[in-house]
Each structure stands twice: as structure tokens, then as C-alpha cells.
Design a protein around this ligand. Structure first.
Ligand code: ZN
Length: 278
């Protein structure tokens, strides 16, 4: 009796010791587990400092825009898309983080309303506010240890402004090794290369469209289908009336996935070319 009781106590002690060891190892593992998110907003300031210190010195500034995309796509199209794609691009680069999306961009005039401002929910800001915002954001990233500030934009209207902002920053930073880059390949891949691929698959120009057609809508279905009202897909009559230029009825997530892969590939290559050290 005494002997087996003693043995039982020994077994219990051993079990307890093992349990303690397992929990210590688990706790250490949790502490040591580095965060894998590329999104700046998911990190603490010390994690950002560690990231730049470890060579993650490229920051992608994803520029979206809040605008109408017909009765079948939500106003956040550009913002949701550019955030998701920037994340994939940063992951592929391996040395980049992603800044918060710039969702307020120039979209035309309010009075009288022009372009997408004729449709409820579209948001616009003045051109010079946009230019100043890009430059101010980039200066902050330079201050915090980033070496390459990369602008990618999901909307057409401000592509030239992105280039102007990068040029102004690079003049200002000429005596340093820090550079700003406006990567036009992102938008070109979405609006030229992806439509070309769709044409090769037999889609007509009138379907692919230029706004909220097959190209635009398929990309959205691949990235976040909750933003597409599939029961409202229709052939555009007058884009001035319904905001659709194209015919999105044959859109699909499968097609969109091809576009996503194309945009990510072209953009990654362009960023690598641009950031190769001089
Ligand atoms: Zn747009």
C-alpha cells in the first residue's frame, strides 16, 4: 500500500512536471511567434521598427478611391481591391509592408458635379490635397526608416499625380538613398493586360468595357464577391445614367483570378526593377 501510494505520488508529480513544461514551451512559442501580417495597421510600432531593421524597407502605399461602379458593385471596389492586391504583392516581394489604403481621392468636381460625382456615395477631394497627402505620407515613411516608398493606384484619374508626387519627393531626396516610385504597371496590368487576356478568351470589347464591365467585375468577384450584386448584372445602356461602361453579365471569379495573378506578377516585377539599388 505504502509503496504503491508513493509510486502514484511520483507519477502524479511527473505528470504535473510534464504539464508545466508543455505550457512553458507553449508560452515561449507564443512569445517568439513573429507576426506574419504585411499590413502596417496590424503591427505595433516596435514591430515596424524591427521589420525595417531586418530589411523590410519597402512600403507600398495603396491608393484606392470611393466611387460608383454601377448598380452591381459597392463603392469600396478600389479600396478593397488595392488592399488585397498590395498584400499579395508585398508577400511576393518579401521585403515590403503595406500602408493603410488611401480611400479619399480626386473624383471630379462637386459643383456642378462631374465624372463619378454625379452618382451618390462617390467622394472627391481637391487635386493639390491629394498631391500633398502622398508627399506627406512618404516623408513620414522616410523618417521611420523605409528606403523605398511605392505608390500603386487602382483608379485611373490620379496615375499622373502619383508620378508627379514621386518626382517631387525624389528631387527633395536627391542627396539621400531613399526613393519614391509611382508604379504604373499595376494599373496598366488591370486595364490593358487583363482585358487583352480576356479578348484572347473570346470576350468582346463591349463586354470587357472600361468601368464595371467584365474585367472590373471579375476582379471584384475574385477578391471579395460580397461587394458584387450578381442579380443586378446587366448590359450597360447609357453609362451616364447607370455608371456602367461594358457588359458584366459573363463576369466570374475564375476570370478575375487570372487578372489578380497577372496584376500581382507585373507589379512585383516592376517594383523589383524600380527598387534595385543604384
Ligand atoms: Zn475608378
Amino acid at each position: 500500500m505504502r509503496c504503491s501510494g508513493y509510486m502514484m505520488a511520483g507519477v502524479t508529480r511527473l505528470a504535473l512536471l510534464l504539464a508545466v513544461l508543455v505550457s512553458v514551451v507553449a508560452a515561449l512559442h507564443a512569445v517568439a511567434q513573429p507576426t506574419t501580417s504585411v499590413y502596417l495597421e496590424d503591427l505595433t510600432w516596435t514591430e515596424v521598427r524591427e521589420a525595417t531593421g531586418a530589411g523590410k524597407t519597402t512600403v507600398i502605399v495603396p491608393i484606392g478611391g470611393t466611387e460608383q461602379s454601377g448598380p452591381h458593385m459597392a463603392l469600396g471596389k478600389h479600396n478593397v481591391r488595392v488592399k488585397a492586391l498590395a498584400g499579395k504583392i508585398a508577400a511576393a516581394l518579401g521585403n515590403a509592408l503595406v500602408a493603410p489604403v488611401l480611400a479619399y481621392v480626386p473624383e471630379g468636381k462637386s459643383s456642378p458635379p462631374t465624372q463619378h460625382m454625379r452618382f451618390p456615395g462617390t467622394i472627391t477631394i481637391p487635386d493639390d490635397t491629394f498631391d500633398q497627402t502622398l508627399q506627406s505620407v512618404a516623408r513620414g515613411f522616410r523618417l521611420h526608416g523605409f528606403k523605398d516608398v511605392v505608390f500603386i493606384g487602382d483608379h485611373g484619374g490620379y496615375q499622373k499625380a502619383m508620378g508627379r508626387a514621386a518626382d517631387a519627393l525624389n528631387r527633395e531626396w536627391a542627396s539621400t538613398s531613399v526613393r519614391a516610385h509611382a508604379i504604373g504597371e499595376y494599373y496598366r496590368a488591370a486595364t490593358k493586360d487583363f482585358p487583352k487576356l480576356l479578348r484572347e478568351k473570346g470576350f468582346k470589347e463591349s463586354e470587357i468595357g472600361t468601368h464595371a464591365g467584365v474585367a472590373d467585375t471579375s476582379l471584384m468577384l475574385a477578391i471579395d464577391p460580397s461587394l458584387v450584386r450578381v442579380d443586378r448584372l446587366h448590359s450597360a445602356g447609357n453609362s451616364k445614367v447607370d455608371g456602367v461602361a461594358g457588359d458584366p453579365r459573363r463576369s466570374s471569379a475564375e476570370l478575375g483570378k487570372l487578372g489578380v495573378d497577372l496584376i500581382v506578377k507585373r507589379t512585383v516585377e516592376a517594383i523589383q526593377r524600380a527598387t534595385t539599388r543604384r
